[in-house]
Design a protein around this ligand. Structure first.
Ligand code: GTQ
Length: 346
């Protein structure tokens, strides 16, 4: 049994005021709040953001706000549990759906938070990261890690939309979030997605390995999907057909704070993910998926996104009995593991 502790009201008001005047606060009335019994208090609620409701509003933003007035034309997928104005999907994850129209250019900048983009729709756009021009195709994952210059351009004819995933809420909370504007980048030769596209075989210059902290910036969906299909075909017994986007030089997570994965659900498969401490985000690349998160059930269509608080099991069901479904997952695992608070409660 956890014992009831004294309340603020139990103390003489003038005593509390005396403390406050000296910038002092008694711990015991707030102790259970900051250290609840057995499981953390989570503001992160299970939320579903259907793409079909975002897309028309994002296209409308394209009419209402020129790119020069937005720099990044983004509708943020905000979790009401944190308060919409906080622009958080979870405690550490920010999600935004970004629109770039043909001919538009989102100017070069760099910032302390790490970002990735998952391309949702449209052809002909590109992101230049650290001088490397990365074409954007549906399902591709493109990294813009901390401190690297990045800008977005569009040579195609249709709107391009992608999902931004950043660790902005955490970096902002750390009082470490800022950006620097720059000039258009000069595109350099050498593309990590070409050099590192074959797992386990990495480029070797004469007796030297890449000195880049982030040698691979674009992970083509064709490669990730092929890896999942090969994994599923190779071992029919594997329940969790999942790959992690990693840094091919170090084998560790692609970025330092958030983790990124692609998951294949076999036709009709129901997969239970254990209750682990990090919050997670699910985004459907292909197929239709039912999710069970705490007391919420979401029917996710293609390009839909949802989030799950940490410490909760999640069940994912492929609603199609003929075809596999493919999901992009982002979570807070690298952060939890680095800080030593990672838990798997089964
Ligand atoms: O594309 O650089 O959704 O800087 C939020 C902040 C996208 C970006 C976001 C950003 C970007």
């Amino acid at each position: 049994m956890t014992q009831e502790l004294g309340r603020l009201e139990d103390l003489p008001a003038d005593y509390v005021q005396n403390l406050r005047d000296l910038n002092l606060v008694p711990l015991w009335p707030s102790l259970r709040g900051v250290l609840p019994a057995n499981i953390p208090t989570r503001q992160t609620r299970p939320i579903h953001w259907p793409y079909q409701s975002i897309k028309p509003l994002l296209l409308k933003a394209g009419e209402l706000t020129p790119i020069e007035k937005a720099e990044r034309r983004v509708l943020v997928l905000a979790n009401p549990g944190h308060g919409l104005d906080k622009m958080q999907a979870s405690s550490a994850i920010y999600l935004g759906m970004q629109l770039l129209l043909p001919g538009e250019w989102a100017p070069s900048h760099r910032h302390t938070p790490n970002a990735v983009r998952m391309i949702v729709e449209g052809e002909g756009a590109y992101t230049t990261v650290d001088g490397e021009k990365c074409p954007m195709q549906r399902g591709d994952l493109i990294l813009t890690p901390t401190g690297l210059w990045h800008e977005h351009g569009h040579d195609g004819t249709e709107p391009v939309i992608w999902l931004d995933v950043l660790d902005l809420p955490l970096v902002y909370y750390m009082e470490a979030s800022y950006h620097v504007n720059g000039k258009p980048q000069t595109v350099v030769t050498g593309r990590g997605d070409k050099q590192y596209a074959h797992g386990g075989v990495v480029p070797t210059k004469v007796f030297e390995r890449s000195k880049k902290a982030y040698p691979m910036l674009r992970y083509a969906w064709t490669d990730a999907k092929a890896a999942l299909q090969a994994l599923a075909a190779d071992d029919p017994a594997i329940e969790q057909v999942q790959v992690t986007y990693t840094n091919p030089e170090t084998g560790s997570d692609a970025e330092n704070i958030l983790g990124f994965y692609a998951l294949m659900l076999r036709p009709g498969q129901s997969l239970r993910l254990p209750a682990r401490s990090p919050a997670q985000v699910f985004h459907v690349i292909e197929g239709e998926v039912q999710t069970h998160i705490v007391n919420s059930q979401f029917h996710l269509l293609e390009a839909d996104t949802c989030c799950a608080p940490g410490y909760e099991a999640v069940t994912l069901v492929n609603l199609n009995s003929q075809r596999p479904a493919f999901l992009f997952i982002a979570d807070e695992s690298p952060l939890h593991r680095k800080l030593g608070v990672y838990e798997n409660r089964g």
